[in-house]
Design a protein around this ligand. Structure first.
Ligand code: GDP
Ligand code: IMO
Ligand code: MG
Length: 430
């Protein structure tokens, strides 16, 4: 079985972690290929909650090798803390492989993330302040430090000295922040080496070996399609490419190694941080508040209230194409159980009266479109205990079927609660 990818089709927090965990039971390797600890992936097993930021969600199975690929940006202190957390819960983290080519998030990246946001004032992006953007920027500028540099203290200190010659004046003169001391940073980072070294590896080779042996490798996306640096709602995006095509660069495989692409769709829409959101329902709207309350829509990572809205199928359909999804997995269907009727966005109406059946490329247009809704009946019964498709009320099946027909992509799974077992496996035909 070749590579499979899990990606988010909206603005993140669709439930990628729970589906990665679900599919990981049958794989040998689970690989993160982009992003960093801006991600927050929640997995619930027998009532125990695991919140992962960097370690791939397959870590909970003893037979799975979790891999942090070259495309990820890593704060080593956060990684160590996460490893400690997992070990304290009885999860072995020994098999974790960390790419020597992954870039390091440095303290000045986090400081710059905060400084840029402050400078933007009311136009701020609402980043997670984890230093993600500045780290990827330095990678592109070719002044980044990589995990492998930790293994050569002399090189590490040299590179750090060089980069601080630019960062310190920038921080102190432009942003009025305190400069960093190269020795302090180097001492702090190099002290973590004994803990990290056993995990540092050639992850590309590991993935190739697994694929060559016919093993099933699962690539776990973080963030999502509309946070993609190229295809998302720029500039309100993250600084990596979460789309499925980015697996190739971020893990070192060619497109032909990927066969199955599972797009995770939350049964409604949420977004954290700033940026356009056509189907948004604002704070105080009854449906908005019910979605946030029932769906517990507060960031796994930053605790921020997520902005809610009805399901926007224009976005999901476009995401299915951008990622060439072979199937979709619907999450949080149970959250919709209390509504008499459900709206789904099936088109947009532009400020000048133009109608759109696709996501308009122009940001100004997207900012001003109004959603065109279709209304579907609700089911008004609890579905958390559904095991099979037949256990779902007809209205819930019709809702799922509507998504499938609109997007033209088969739906393989529906989740009806956060627990590992609250997953309904569908046949190709709903
Ligand atoms: P990710 O970033 O895409 O992995 O998603 P998050 O973990 O940030 O957010 C999803 C949240 O929804 C987590 O708190 C999950 O435990 C929860 N969740 C996932 N699937 C379901 C579901 O089917 N029903 C409900 N009620 N909660 C779910
Ligand atoms: P998971 O993997 C939701 C958002 C931030 C902000 C924008 C840029 O859990 O789905 P960044 O810190 O990346 O520079 O912030 O991206 N963002 C996420 N939103 N889920 C995530 O990850 C996110 N990672 C980043 O809120 O709007
Ligand atoms: Mg999340």
């Amino acid at each position: 079985m070749p590579g499979s990818v899990i990606i988010g089709t909206q603005w993140g927090d669709e439930g990628k972690g729970r589906f990665t965990d679900y599919l990981a039971k049958d794989v040998t390797h689970c690989v993160r290929y982009q992003g960093g600890h801006n991600a927050g992936h929640t997995i619930v097993v027998d009532g125990e909650v695991f919140k992962l930021q960097l370690v791939p969600s397959g870590v909970l199975y003893p037979g799975v090798t979790p891999v942090i690929g070259n495309g990820v940006v890593v704060d080593p202190a956060v990684l160590i803390k996460e490893l400690d957390m997992l070990e304290s819960k009885g999860v072995s983290t020994k098999p974790l492989r960390l790419s020597g080519n992954a870039h390091l998030i440095m303290p000045y990246h986090q400081e710059l993330d905060r400084a840029y946001e402050r400078k933007l004032g009311k136009n701020k992006l609402g980043t997670t302040m984890r230093g993600i953007g500045p780290t990827y920027a330095d990678k592109a500028l070719r002044v980044g430090l990589r995990v492998q540099d930790l293994l050569d203290p002399k090189i590490f200190r040299q590179k750090l000295d060089l980069v601080l010659r630019e960062k310190n004046p920038l921080l102190s003169r432009v942003y009025n922040r305190l400069p960093f001391n190269a020795n302090d940073i180097a001492d702090h980072f190099l002290a973590m080496v004994p803990r990290l070294e056993p995990h540092i590896d050639d992850t590309v080779h590991i993935v190739h070996k697994a694929l060559d042996a016919g093993e099933w490798v699962l690539f776990e996306g973080a963030q999502a399609t509309y946070l993609d640096l190229d295809h998302g709602t720029y500039p309100y995006v993250t600084s990596s490419n979460p789309i499925s095509g980015a697996v190739c660069a971020g893990a070192g495989v060619g497109p032909r190694s990927i066969e199955r692409i599972v797009g995770v769709v939350k049964a409604y829409t949420t977004r954290v941080g700033a940026g356009p959101f056509p189907a948004e329902l604002h704070h105080g709207n009854v449906v908005a508040d019910a979605l946030v309350d029932r769906g517990r829509e507060y960031g796994t990572n930053t605790g921020r209230r997520r902005r809610p809205g009805w399901l926007d199928l224009v976005m999901v359909k476009h995401a299915a194409k951008l990622n060439t999804c072979t199937e979709l997995a619907i999450t949080k269907l149970d959250v919709l159980s209390e509504f008499d009727e459900l709206k789904v966005c099936v088109g947009y109406l532009g400020a000048d009266g133009t109608t759109y059946d696709h996501v308009p490329y122009h940001q100004t247009v997207l900012h001003h479109v109004m959603p065109v809704y279709e209304t579907l009946p609700g089911w008004k019964v609890d579905i958390e205990h559904a095991d099979r498709l037949e256990d779902l009320p007809q209205e819930a099946r019709d809702y799922v079927s509507f998504i499938e027909k609109f997007c033209g992509v088969p739906i393989s799974f529906v989740s009806v609660g956060p627990g590992r077992t609250q997953t309904v496996v569908l046949k190709q035909e709903v």
